[in-house]
Design a protein around this ligand. Structure first.
Ligand code: TMP
Length: 215
């Protein structure tokens, strides 16, 4: 029987546990006979990963304009959809995507202040008609997100690794707007939207997600 939700998207602020849950979902799916792929945005293609490096580069911290940011995000997305996502779905694979256009609404729209109507035009051009079948919003308070980032960076530093990220280094006002933006987006009536309490234990969250997908 084909899987009920072939195109699955995870959304949320930084360190909300998306990647962990995607890995756990992959482990669940590996035990079934479903073929699947995991991808992330921005990125997921050669072109997209190069765009990602530009987008994350901290030397553009106060330099990259919101418009450029929006267009680069959507350039990477346009490539990812046509090169990877649509062909995979056509081959009957499940596609699990770490972020999709809701991130552009939250970060470039609510966060950077680009008008939602102009933003939607760009997004629609980038995605064509490709809508996900289900979208999990990993909901954690901003404070927990910040604590997790600090802890993760300290752990990396203790191993001599320094990772810098233009988004993580943006000011708190921006992050607050992004978080409230997400809440506004996912408060909308849409049966595809599933808000997950991402402060629960990792295994509990994974089970909740699995139950929803098999419900
Ligand atoms: P991540 O892979 O750690 O989630 O990093 C991607 C960053 O890019 C994250 O801070 C959110 C941001 N982003 C946007 O601002 N707009 C978008 O459309 C996408 C896909 C990501």
């Amino acid at each position: 029987m084909p899987f009920k939700y072939p195109f699955i998207v995870f959304e949320g602020i930084e360190a909300s546990g998306k990647s962990t849950q995607i890995q756990l979902l992959a482990e669940h799916l590996q035990k079934t006979d479903n073929d699947f792929i995991l991808i992330r945005e921005p990125g997921g293609t050669d072109i997209g990963e190069r765009i990602r490096a530009i987008l994350k580069d901290t030397s553009y911290l106060n330099k990259m304009t919101p418009e450029t940011e929006l267009l680069l995000m959507n350039a990477a997305r346009a490539q990812l959809i046509r090169e990877i996502i649509s062909p995979a779905l056509e081959q009957g694979k499940i596609v699990i995507c770490d972020r999709y256009y809701y991130s552009s609404l939250a970060y470039q729209g609510y966060g950077r202040g680009i008008y939602i109507s102009s933003l939607e035009q760009i997004i629609n051009y980038s995605i064509g008609n490709l809508q996900p079948d289900i979208v999990f919003f990993m909901d954690i308070p901003l404070k927990i997100s910040r604590q997790r980032i600090i802890k993760r960076n300290q752990q990396l530093q203790s191993k001599g690794i320094q990772v810098r990220d233009r988004f993580e280094e943006a000011d708190m006002d921006f992050h607050q707007k992004v978080y409230s933006g997400y809440k506004t987006i996912f408060a909308q009536e849409d049966s595809r939207f599933k808000v997950i309490n991402a402060t629960e234990k990792t295994e509990v969250i994974a089970q909740n997600i699995w139950n929803i997908l098999n419900g």
